[in-house]
Each structure stands twice: as C-alpha cells, then as structure tokens.
Design a protein around this ligand. Structure first.
Ligand SMILES: Cc1ncc(COP(=O)(O)O)c(C=O)c1O
Length: 396
C-alpha cells in the first residue's frame, strides 16, 4: 500500500478505536475557567496547581525583561545565550531545593533525555517504574544502555533487578508523582536500594515541585531526602511554577557533566530571558505565599473526602495529590464521560491508550488552589449524577 494510503488507514483505525487525538483552541488565559468555542467551562485539567500561570507578578517580570532584553536568547547556552538571568535562576533553583547546583533546560522532556545519555554507556542499565512518564521512557529508549522496567511502585522488584545486574553503571528513574495516576513513588525505599546497589537515582518531580514538601521543594523534601549524594532531582517549570522549562539539580559534579555532555542542553537555543524572569518570580511566590499550597491541599482533601463520603461506584485511584483520575476502562466510555461533564460546564480531558495502558482509559481530574469550594461541589455533583455512574458501572 502506498505510504500516504497507509497513513490514511492508520487514521481511520484511530477514529474507530476512539483514540484519534484532537486539540481544542483555548480562548482565554490559564486559570480556573477555560473558554472554548465561545463557551466557558470550569477547568479541571490544567497543571497550574497554584494559579501562577496568569499571576500578575510573573507577567510583570516577563514584560519587564522582554522590554529590557528582547524576545529571544539568540543562541544556545554555550555560545552566547546564557544570560545573567539564567544563571540567577539556576542559583535560586539549587538553593530552593537544597542542592549544590542546578541546570535549567528548555523543557522537561529534554531534561529527561539528558540524564541517561550523559551518564550511561552501552552495557549499562537504566531501570524504570513501568508507569514512568513518556519522556523518561523515551530517555531510556534513546540512550545506549539497556532499558528495564519494574512493576509500578514495586521496589522489591526493582531491587531484584538491580542485584542481578552486572552492569557497570546503573540508573533508576521514577516519577515523584505519577502523572496519570497521581500516586507517589516509594522514595525512602528506592533511595535505600539505590544506595545499597550503587545506583544513581533520578526523581522526575514534574508534579511535586512547588506543591509538595514543607516549603514546596517537592517529593524529596516531603520524604526528607537530600538532593545530591547519588540523587538527582528534575523539576518542570510549566506546571506549579506557571512558567516554562525545567531543571535538574544535584551534586555539582553531576550537573557539570550535564553541562559538558547533555546534547538536549548543548544543541538548543537558551530559554527566552523573559521566561527565566517569570520563573524567578514564581520561586519567590513559592517561598512567600505558602497559603497557595495550603489552599491546594484543602481543595484536594475536600474533594477526596466528599467522594469517599458519597460511596459512589467510581473507580478512583489512591492518590493524595492534585491528580485525581477516575478509571473508566475503554476509550469510548472515557470520551462519553468528558462530553457529559462538558454539558455540565466542566472541562476534563479523557486520557486514553497509548498514554495509559490498554483498558485503563480514564478522566484525569486535576485540582488547583484557584478552585472555589463551589467549583468542587459542581464537580462532585456531576460525578455523582446517574448518567456518570451509569458510565462508570462496566469497569466495576
Ligand atoms: C512526569 C513528567 N515529566 C516530564 C514532563 C515533561 O515536561 P515538559 O512539559 O516541561 O516537557 C511531564 C509533562 O509534561 C511530566 O508529567
């Protein structure tokens, strides 16, 4: 079959399997509401956990820096794109998460690619939780080391694989908060196993940075584990920080190696200085406005408690974080659920294979500090409607 015809056939198959992906053009700024095709919905699917993506302090920092420095960094970091603003951002990120040094990347995807590629060679081992984010899995696939995966959260399985391995260098990577399930990695156990087996640990804390831990430094802070000494932390800046980009923090020797060798750092244009400035404003808010984290936590608790009290036949997952999925099984049911919720003024995306394993399509609710209690009540009301419960029934 000619190439183009094959593609058309693939598209048809996706449509039939209800896995055809579509984008929706949003017509307003990030926040608790989404405007799509002229209609306004409550937004229960963004990663703007603290409501910073449209915060005046971040916008003001970005505007001021754009006026002073223009729109682009004009080169990669090692040529002449690395501005003092990037340097200050890295220093502040390192100090905030308690690491010796940090390096800022253009995206979390690129930061994840950097780690195995920099530290591992042919014959080495990269071991991953089965439900790690796609960017970590790709990082393992694209490097020269052998990729193995352990059962989700099963640190015993991880230990067995590490003890059996005769690889020269070993890297274990895990999401801190799992992006599609909202549950958390057993970091105490994983850190201990990595220490015993001389394995480098990378914690991708895209969904923990800014929201978890006493000061918002993330999952490692929450578990009282230091960044450095065999532990690298990755944070993304496009989620709770309301900006864009990512960073890796750790022992200075490891961060220096990334600067020397990481292809996804070296061969790309530096972040616009205005973006780095907006992120610096976000880090200040993390430190000065803990009430945002408190509000997020009380919203999460309110939602979880209400759902538990109602004893609904919904397949919720054991998540204590802002990510609260409801499993529906097949893709068509998940799509029907999103339509139903849209009719009730709520925007929640269906997550379908291949993003999640076959048979575990879901709606993925994300909660923000921006939500009012009445927003959560509206959501709970819609989830407990007869129509929604009828959809949820087959997955019981
Ligand atoms: C766990 C996790 N890691 C990495 C990324 C990638 O980060 P970025 O959007 O900055 O590329 C995401 C989401 O996008 C994520 O959820």
């Amino acid at each position: 079959m000619p190439w183009r015809e094959q593609l058309i056939q693939q598209h048809r198959n996706r449509v039939t399997a209800k896995t055809w992906r579509e984008r929706q053009a949003v017509q307003n700024a990030a926040g608790r509401e989404l405007k799509i095709k002229g209609k306004t919905y409550l937004n229960f699917c963004s990663n703007d956990y603290l409501g910073l993506a449209n915060h005046p302090a971040l916008s003001a920092a970005a505007i001021k820096t754009t006026q002073e420095r223009g729109t682009g960094a004009a080169a990669s970091h090692l040529i002449c794109g690395h501005q003092d603003i990037h340097q200050e951002l890295e220093n502040e990120l390192a100090a905030f998460v308690g690491a010796e040094k940090a390096i800022a990347f253009s995206t979390g995807y690129m930061a994840n690619l950097a780690v195995p590629q920099t530290f591992l060679e042919r014959g080495d081992l990269v071991l991953q939780d089965r439900l790690n984010h796609a960017s970590l899995i790709d990082a393992g696939r694209f490097c020269e080391a052998n990729l193995k995966r352990y059962r989700h959260l099963d640190f015993g399985h991880a230990k067995t694989i590490l003890l059996k391995s005769n690889a020269n260098k070993k890297l274990l990577t895990t999401d801190g908060v799992f992006s599609m399930d909202g549950d958390q990695a057993p970091l105490h156990e994983l850190t201990e196993i990595c220490r015993q087996t001389e394995t480098l640990l990378l914690v991708d804390d895209a969904h923990g940075f800014g929201v978890l831990g006493k000061t918002g430094a993330g999952s490692l802070e929450q578990h009282e584990i230091c960044v450095g000494d065999g532990v690298l932390m990755l944070g993304t800046l496009g989620k709770a920080a309301g900006s864009f980009g990512a960073f890796i923090a750790g022992d200075a020797v490891y961060i220096d190696s990334l600067l020397q060798q990481a292809r996804s750092y070296i061969y790309t244009t530096a972040l616009p200085p205005s973006v780095a400035a907006a992120t610096r404003a976000a880090i200040e808010i993390f430190q000065t406005e803990p009430e945002r984290r408190n509000k997020l936590n009380s919203n999460i608790n309110y939602f979880r408690q209400a759902i538990a009290n109602l004893h609904l036949h919904l397949h919720t997952l054991d998540s204590k974080t802002a990510i609260q999925p409801i499993l529906l099984g097949d893709s068509e049911t998940a799509l029907q659920a999103t339509k139903l919720l849209q009719q009730r003024g709520l925007w929640i995306t269906a997550i379908r294979p291949p993003t999640v394993p076959e048979g575990t399509a879901r709606i993925r609710i994300t909660i923000s500090a921006e939500h009012h209690q009445s927003d959560l009540d509206q959501l709970i009301d819609a989830l407990s409607s007869d129509a929604m419960l009828a959809l949820a029934e087959p997955s019981q």
